[in-house]
Every structure is written in C-alpha cells, then in structure tokens.
Design a protein around this ligand. Structure first.
Ligand SMILES: [Zn+2]
Length: 311
C-alpha cells in the first residue's frame, strides 16, 4: 500500500499524467460509522494542499490537455460520486475558497428523498438505541463502533451483488423486522443539484438506480445510462457529458458492453474506480481514479510529492 503510494507520488510529479481523486461525502463532523470519509476540516487541508502544490483542473480542461498532450505537471481533478447533499453544503464552500474545480456524478433516483441502500443499511447498524438486529432469521449482536462497522460491512458485501429489486426488498424487510425509522434525506434534490451547478461545479451522470451495470441486461443498462443523463439535463437545462460507472471496477462492475453504451450515448468521458493515473493513451471512457490519502499516510504521501517536485 505504502509502496503503491510512493510509486504514485513519483508518477504524479511527471508531466502528462492526470490524477483524478474520488470522494463521496464530506462530513460536517466525524461519523464513527464512516471513519474514512473526510470531515470538513480534513477536506479543507486537502484542498489547500491541492491549491498549493498541484494544478487542479476541471474535467473538461483535463480532457482537452490529455487530447493535446499538454497536461501541466501535478494535474489533478476532484470528483464526487452519488450526489450527497453535503457536497453542496460542506464541500462546495471549501472548493470555492481554494478555487478548485470539481465534478459531481449523480444517481438520479435518489434525488427525491430516498436514500441509497448502503446508507440505509449502515443506519440500521448505527442506532445507539439498538443492541441487536434481526436480519432475516439471524440475530446480530451490536457492540462498539468497530463491531457495528465490521458487521455493517459484512452485510453490505453480502447484499451488494444481489439483483437491485431483491436488494431493496431486503432492506425494506430489515427495516420492518427491526421497526426502524428512515433517516433524513442524505442526497441532493433537483433544485440543490441545480444550485451546485450554478456554483460552477460540473454535474455528471451515475445512472438512475446505481445498479451494478455488468449484471443487468444490455437494454436495462442503456436505460439506466440514458435516463440519468436526460433527467439531469432537464433539471439543469444544459448538457450532461460525463459519466461515472457505479461501483466502478472494470470487469466486475462494468465491461466493454457498458463502455460502448456510454460512448454511443453522447458522453465525452467516463470514470472508473480502478486505481491509477490517466495519460493520453488512456481511453477517455475508462479514466482511472484513486481515493485520496487518509489521515496519516496523507501527510507522508504529500510531503514526498512536495519534495520530489522541488518545492
Ligand atoms: Zn456510486
């Protein structure tokens, strides 16, 4: 892991390499169920570092530079997946403070107050009023935060590759079994998405229902891809040209059929979650990304880049 970061740090310092960072949420305060999600405070120093030591670009600028082989050194794009409300309320003011361009990819079905299945599942494990959960015919004991986190992760993994409808049925059933209340809406409404776009943030599509595209029929994939684009364009009144594959790992979550569908449906780029950097040779429909440094390794990683760059 560390070696990989060192390697990446080296690559970052040379010309012609684009680094695209993935975020999901930026939390107003630390959440013990999501210890890897940055808080506002962490996101602030990360963006300050980007502003000081990197060359933050919008996705359109970066694509232009990739095409003409004119990428500046330490080129970086900031992206967010899914469409969390805290992208607007917490992240955007920090992005604006440091003038960092960003792209937010939205799964449109969750813009009407419904939360994503993974957040709904985590919410069940997070409730401090609950010491155990009844999940199917299994009784799950809930201990400290780490125990709750681990068990939530196990169940997330177990449900992730079920067909979408079946997965949602399961979550509904778990809520009934435990007599649980839904939490407040975590995602942006159409008006909030428009507000974010009006702040200069690029809006991209991320399907309607956030399915694992590879496991659904081609026709359904096409619908998921097209409808999210059309829906966003009608909310924004402007074209939506960038796409992010849900879950995003090539051959596990999407394949060449998906890539072709995205390419033939009016998008100019698509990002994966496959770790790495992108160059002029990378398909613009399979751009690589990576998740930003965590709290401790980050200092180290960035110090290296700083040194290697001769600052
Ligand atoms: Zn996603």
């Amino acid at each position: 892991m560390l070696h990989k970061m060192l390697q990446l740090a080296g690559q970052l310092t040379s010309r012609g390499k684009l680094s695209i960072l993935i975020y999901h949420q930026v939390l107003s305060e630390f959440d013990p169920m999501r210890p890897t999600e940055p808080t506002a405070q962490m996101f602030d120093w990360q963006m300050r570092l980007l502003q000081q030591y990197f060359t933050p670009l919008s996705l359109d600028q970066a694509l232009h530079h990739l095409k003409h082989n004119t990428l500046p050194p330490n080129a970086v794009c900031v992206t967010f997946d899914d469409g969390y409300l805290n992208n607007l309320t917490v992240a955007q003011p920090i992005l604006a403070k440091y003038a960092i361009p960003a792209t937010v990819y939205i799964a449109t079905a969750f813009s009407t107050g419904r939360n994503m299945w993974n957040d709904r599942l985590i919410h069940l494990f997070a409730a401090q009023s609950r010491q155990q959960l009844q999940l199917d015919d299994e009784q799950v004991q809930l201990g400290d935060w780490q125990d709750r986190r681990n068990k939530a992760q196990q169940w997330l993994k177990q449900l992730k590759y079920l067909p979408l409808a079946q997965r949602l049925d399961k979550i509904d059933q778990f809520y009934r079994q435990n007599n649980a209340d839904e939490q407040a809406a975590l995602m942006m409404s159409p008006a909030q998405i428009k507000q974010l776009a009006d702040c200069g943030v690029t809006i991209g599509a991320h399907t309607v229902n956030h399915p694992i595209l590879k496991v659904i029929p081609e026709q359904q994939q096409r619908q998921e891809i097209n409808q999210s684009k059309q829906q966003l364009e009608s909310w924004l009144g402007s074209p939506v040209q960038h796409f992010a594959y849900p879950n995003g790992a090539k051959n596990t979550d999407f394949d060449d059929i998906t890539v072709k569908l995205v390419e033939s449906n009016g998008f100019v780029s698509a990002v994966t979650t496959d770790w790495g950097i992108s160059t002029a040779d990378t398909s613009r429909y399979q751009l690589k990304r990576f998740t930003p440094w965590d709290k401790t390794a980050g200092h180290f990683h960035l110090r290296l880049i700083k040194n290697a760059s001769g600052f």
